[in-house]
Ligand binder design. Structure first.
Ligand SMILES: *Cc1c(COP(=O)(O)O)cnc(C)c1O
Length: 422
């Protein structure tokens, strides 16, 4: 009898074990099991197909939604001058680049883009990548090796986290925008010995300028002082500031007057510039080294001529009077949205940026709020773990230069139904 009970329990435990771990399940069963777990945590994601170009109004399931979720801050993704540049490049250079840059894919539009980027940013040299993600991964793995140190702000973008892991350097994270914590990590780094003796220890601090999910600024003036004091290097990701901040709209680095004190400036061509691709800029030595060592640059087909030409046309537009006018309108819209949120009891960040988070904390609440807004014909994205920390879910509202004042007012009215800060 006792033996039978024992056998029963053994079988039962074995059964429980297999259900929990997916042992004995086939490929699809295992994946469906995992998807079920994602769903049960309120973290399931799915694609929503839009049947229109990017813009302040998008077509979804036969309805027109007022869009407050795009990174096309200046309304350039569907701008006639930029589309025309892309079409011209297709006519002249074809649909695809046909090879990686170092083989035979380095076409005139790529070089013209990089020259224009260097001028726009006021730096010696720029290098275009197929995406910002590829730029991050290629750059960190080219510059750092096991034994070096990389120190990240807690809130940097996933591509920089992945890049930091992939390069194999010793990784430390400092509390968001906390300079005292950064100094502690830098002091620790200074006490490390290089793993190899053929070059000095490299210490790289990695920050964003405008944080992608919070819309706040990094204290770049303090950052350049601190990294200099500790003989570290600094990478600033300007994904959400390029085209938007500074007298020439170069980014926060320009706005805060620290351009010549940042070793590595990074950005994307896919947000305010309305095209696609990423870039790194700084010294000629930096971009030359990346051409030789950045694997995501070397082992990847060059961007299409059309995207390179679109990005270059966008730079020209952003640098000129239309760029200035669009930026002014964008910041007016931002002010209107933030003022309205404050009146309703929310506390949006003070820093000037088109990213306006409405923090709801709970994942399910954020998803429900986005659903409610869609029902009322507004498109805003619910941002959840792992894009932000668990329990820090939010609506990430973004405004565009193309929004009208009454559209922002309508959004504020609709937001009243989701309550206020708790
Ligand atoms: C979007 C983003 C990137 C990635 O750029 P892509 O060109 O979209 O790959 C990098 N860093 C930050 C902060 C971003 O928001």
């Amino acid at each position: 009898m006792r033996a039978r009970i024992l056998v029963f329990w053994l079988l039962f435990w074995d059964f429980r074990f297999s259900v929990q771990t997916g042992v004995g399940m086939n490929f699809d069963e295992q994946l469906r099991h995992e998807l079920g777990q994602i769903r049960s945590r309120g973290l399931y994601r799915e694609l929503r197909r839009l049947d229109s170009p990017q813009g302040t109004r998008v077509a979804w399931q036969g309805r027109s939604l007022l869009n407050f979720s795009s990174n096309d801050y200046l309304g350039l993704a569907n701008h006639p001058a930029i589309k025309a540049a892309a079409i011209r490049a297709v006519e002249e250079f074809g649909a695809g680049a046909g090879a990686s840059r170092l083989i035979s894919g380095s076409l005139a539009p790529h070089h013209e883009l990089e020259e224009a980027l260097a001028v726009f940013k006021g730096v010696e040299s720029a290098l275009a990548f197929s995406s910002g993600y590829a730029a991050a991964v290629g750059t960190l793995t080219a510059l750092l090796q096991p034994g070096d140190v990389v120190i990240l702000d807690k809130l940097v973008h996933a591509c920089l986290v992945d890049a930091a892991r992939l390069c194999g350097a010793r990784l430390r994270v400092f509390a968001h925008n906390n300079m005292a914590d950064l100094e502690k990590k830098l002091a620790w780094a200074a006490a490390q010995k290089p793993a190899k003796t053929d070059r000095p220890l490299r210490v790289l601090v990695v920050v964003e300028s405008v944080y992608s999910m919070d819309g706040d600024w990094a204290p770049l003036r303090e950052l350049v002082e601190i990294k200099q004091k500790h003989a570290a290097w600094l990478l600033v990701d300007e994904a959400h500031a390029t085209g938007l901040l500074g007298p020439n709209r170069r980014g926060l680095v320009e706005e805060l007057g620290v351009s010549d004190r940042v070793e590595i400036q990074m950005g994307t061509l896919g947000k305010a510039l309305g095209a696609a691709g990423g870039f790194i800029c700084g010294s000629k030595a930096l971009t030359d080294l990346l051409v030789n060592r950045a694997r995501s640059f070397i082992f990847s087909t060059a961007p299409t001529p059309a995207t390179a030409a679109a990005a270059r046309a966008a730079l020209e537009l952003v640098a000129g009077p239309e760029g200035a006018a669009r930026c002014r309108k964008l910041m007016e819209n931002v002010r209107q949205l933030k003022d309205g949120l404050r009146e309703s009891g929310w506390t949006p960040p003070d820093d000037r940026s088109p990213i306006v988070p409405v923090i709801l904390k709970d994942e399910q609440r954020a998803v429900r709020a986005a659903e409610q807004l869609r029902a009322a014909a507004f498109y805003a994205s619910a941002i959840r773990y792992p894009t932000v920390a668990r329990g820090a879910a939010r609506l990430r509202l973004t405004v565009s230069a193309e929004h009208k004042a009454d559209e922002v007012r309508a959004l504020l009215e609709a937001l009243k139904s989701i309550g206020h800060q708790t």
